[in-house]
Design a protein. Structure first.
Length: 235
């Protein structure tokens, strides 16, 4: 079966209509821009603050919205019909992820503009943000597959918001609890490291390790999501 953008677009448009009607979910996209506007007004320039805002956007938009979109399909008993439709697994997952990706990138760009954050190397930061977005969307899909309703998805995603939005607080305790050193390999921490290095004049050659770690997270999360999705098809 050949990949069909027509089927992907149909899934995308359905998600857009569902998202626009659900104010409880759609309102989260305004949180980061509001905080960014406050940052810009009070003159916040710390790179850690900018990336806390970006990581918050990933958790609130990419992971949360994506998990709710998947959970809503399950709640309405339409996910099984979608799985059994002529659309392939790749087409379904692409279509279900496209809206979250567009909303995430738009929200991040708007937040960066309002916070007046201008990366020294836009190309490096753009690739890092795109890779991170793919990770969070895959994570949101995975959480949505486990949730039975939108309400349950909202609860399940809370630990993700805490860990990936404020992960630097976890790493600050690494000296006291050595096991927490593993948290330095989380994608949000890697993204922050890229941001710090870029501001110091780093290029692709200086941050390839951080990009590779984020890419590895993306691959693992997509593989895990695909496995769980296929299991849900035969449940």
């Amino acid at each position: 079966m050949t990949f069909s953008w027509k089927r992907v677009n149909a899934i995308f448009m359905k998600d857009y209509k569902d998202f626009s009607r659900n104010m409880a979910v759609s309102i989260v996209i305004f949180l980061s821009p509001v905080l960014a506007a406050i940052y810009g007004r009070i003159g916040v320039t710390a790179i850690e603050s900018h990336y806390m805002l970006i990581n918050l956007t990933f958790a609130m938009v990419a992971a949360f919205v994506q998990s709710c979109l998947i959970a809503e399909e399950k709640e309405k008993n339409t996910l099984r019909g979608l799985m059994l439709s002529p659309a392939s697994t790749t087409e379904i997952l692409t279509g279900k992820s496209l809206l979250s990706l567009v909303l995430t990138l738009f929200t991040i760009l708007l937040s960066m503009f309002l916070a007046e954050y201008k990366p020294a190397n836009i190309a490096v930061v753009a690739i890092a943000i795109l890779l991170s977005a793919l990770f969070y969307i895959a994570l949101g899909t995975l959480l949505g597959l486990f949730a039975k309703s939108v309400m349950e998805a909202s609860v399940i995603v809370l630990p993700v918001m805490i860990i990936f939005s404020f992960g630097t607080f976890i790493t600050s305790l690494a000296e006291q609890y050595p096991i927490l050193k593993a948290a330095t390999y989380l994608p949000n921490i890697q993204l922050l490291e890229i941001g710090i290095k870029v501001e110091a004049g780093a290029g692709f050659g200086d941050v390839w390790m951080q990009l590779a770690v984020i890419a590895a997270w993306v691959v693992v999360m997509f593989m895990l999501t695909a496995v769980i999705y296929k299991k849900r098809m035969v449940d």
